[in-house]
Design a protein around this ligand. Structure first.
Ligand code: 13P
Length: 256
């Protein structure tokens, strides 16, 4: 059984001092538990204060929301993997649909980011997902498969051991209209099949596939009731400590 993973993507929210306060609030509400992994992804500017608020050897880990593939140099406004490692990030979100649609990210560059993360010991959280028009045209599976292919081609099974995939249908993000468990499970199964075909069954059965898009305390139990869904990438609801604590609690108490 894969261990559930809950990630809070703060997006462009919270200053450094607000981050510390949010983490204090959250920690009061969530007991440490070995049953689930919990990761917070604050903006770059709040990573250091988040790290300090979590304290050394915290059971909650940090992720960045993006990275650049080069190690250093003349790339104004960008942040490298080693800079993130230096702030104790263990994970990095790559290819979020907001980066794809608002900032023009393409699979070619997403692949470079995945590789840079792996090279520097960061675990990439690769986001994939279709638009509403693509779903309505019956293209969900081909869109998601093309994104996976474009971002993961050429990686070894060893590389994939630390990769997480997040299925985030664009139409479900920030809309209050989450995918049904059934809709998510169908795509998760096709992702696992793609991994099995491209690599092997061991890799396919080990990789964690999260669902993201309007996850709330109300729908998390239903999503986690399927063993095809290994956790959640949470946006809006992770900014409210009560809601996020409930979502984490559902993962911690999930039946094995
Ligand atoms: P919401 O949970 O606000 O829909 O956002 C999902 C998301 O984009 C997480 O990365």
């Amino acid at each position: 059984m894969r261990r559930p993973l809950i990630i809070g993507n703060w997006k462009m929210n919270k200053t450094a001092s607000e981050a510390a306060a949010l983490i204090r609030d959250l920690r009061e509400r969530v007991p440490a538990s070995p049953n689930a992994d919990v990761v917070l992804a604050p903006p770059f500017t709040a990573l250091e204060s988040a790290r300090n608020a979590l304290g050394p050897s915290s059971w909650i880990s940090l992720a960045a929301q993006n990275l650049h593939w080069e190690t250093h140099g003349a790339f104004t406004g960008e942040v490298s993997a080693s800079m993130l490692r230096d702030l104790d990030c263990r994970y990095v979100i790559v290819g979020h649909s907001e980066r794809r649609t608002l900032f023009g990210e393409r699979d070619e560059n997403i692949q470079k980011k995945v590789r840079a993360a792996l090279m520097h010991g960061l675990s990439p959280i690769l986001c994939v997902g279709e638009s509403l028009a693509e779903r309505e045209a019956g293209r969900t599976e081909s869109v998601v498969t093309a994104q996976l292919n474009g971002s993961l081609a050429g990686l070894t099974t060893q590389d994939l051991a630390t990769v997480t995939i997040a299925y985030e249908p664009i139409w479900a993000i920030g809309t209050g209209r989450a995918a049904t468990t059934e809709q998510a499970v169908t795509v998760h199964r096709s992702i696992r099949l793609f991994m099995e075909t491209g690599w092997d069954s061991q890799t396919a059965s080990a990789i964690r596939i999260l669902y993201g898009g309007s996850v709330t305390p109300q729908n998390i139990e239903s999503l986690l009731a399927s063993d095809a869904i290994d956790g959640a990438l949470v946006g809006g609801a992770c900014l409210d400590p009560d809601s996020f604590a409930t979502i984490i609690g559902a993962a911690q108490t999930r039946r094995a």
